[in-house]
Design a protein around this ligand. Structure first.
Ligand code: DX5
Ligand code: ZN
Length: 217
């Protein structure tokens, strides 16, 4: 199982976002986790498709995993696919028809992910496992970076891993991931790890990413 380290740019310095993204990729990151918040589905407002497009025009060719914390979802799916997203994950309770949203994402050439909030049961994703490429298990309540990992989610990680079985679906954990807890998330069954503050507030991106990777190797 490949282990994916995906810095969340929410904790990056937005005054020089292109350089920040280039730096974390050069420092060993696998994916870029692009957190989109609309101040409706979550009480915060971040960045839109034009920022994703700007990163592509800046020369970022690496995998961009867009996490839509928005409601409704479908119009932004199209905008982010057009802006260069590789994977688009969304919250099932934010769309009128989950299957239609998944199909829209895939018809536009992107991989599809479903996000599960801390208070939601893993069964919200179960019926879609044949159609998606990633399950995004929230280990914080969506809306902000720098929160603490909710360790009660570890049991859900294991249940999701069992549900995934031998399907090629990534299990990504998102929120509060640090060198001190990433190993237990991996042991529970996660193979992809979002880390925002653990990487961007450390100063030395290479060392921060290495600390996370060493903890799961
Ligand atoms: C929270 C976002 C997360 C968050 C991760 O709603 O989905 O991706 O930015 O940041 P840290 O790693 O600082 O919790
Ligand atoms: Zn996220």
């Amino acid at each position: 199982m490949n282990k994916i380290i995906a810095p969340s740019i929410l904790s990056a310095n937005f005054a020089k976002l292109g350089d920040e993204v280039r730096s974390v990729l050069d420092a060993g990151a696998d994916w870029i986790h692009f957190d989109v918040m609309d101040n409706h589905y979550v009480p915060n407002l971040t960045i839109g498709p034009m920022v994703c497009k700007s990163l592509r025009e800046f020369g970022i060719k690496d995998f961009i995993d867009v996490h839509l914390m928005v409601e409704p979802v479908d119009d932004l799916v199209k905008m982010f696919a057009d802006a260069g997203a590789d994977l688009i994950s969304f919250h099932p309770n934010a769309t009128a028809n989950v299957s239609e949203t998944i199909n829209k994402i895939k018809d536009l050439g992107c991989q599809a992910g479903i996000a599960i909030n801390p208070e939601e049961e893993v069964t919200v994703a179960e019926q879609y496992l044949e159609d998606i490429d990633l399950v995004l298990l929230m280990s914080v309540n969506p809306g902000f970076g720098g929160q603490s990992f909710i360790s009660s989610q570890l049991g859900k990680i294991t249940r999701i891993r069992e549900m995934i079985g031998d399907r090629s679906v990534e299990l990504m954990v998102d929120g509060g991931v640090k060198p001190s807890n990433i190993a237990e998330a991996f042991k529970a069954g996660a193979n992809a790890f979002v880390a925002g503050s653990a990487i961007f507030t450390g100063g030395d991106y290479k060392a921060s990413i290495k600390a996370l990777r060493d903890a799961v190797n």
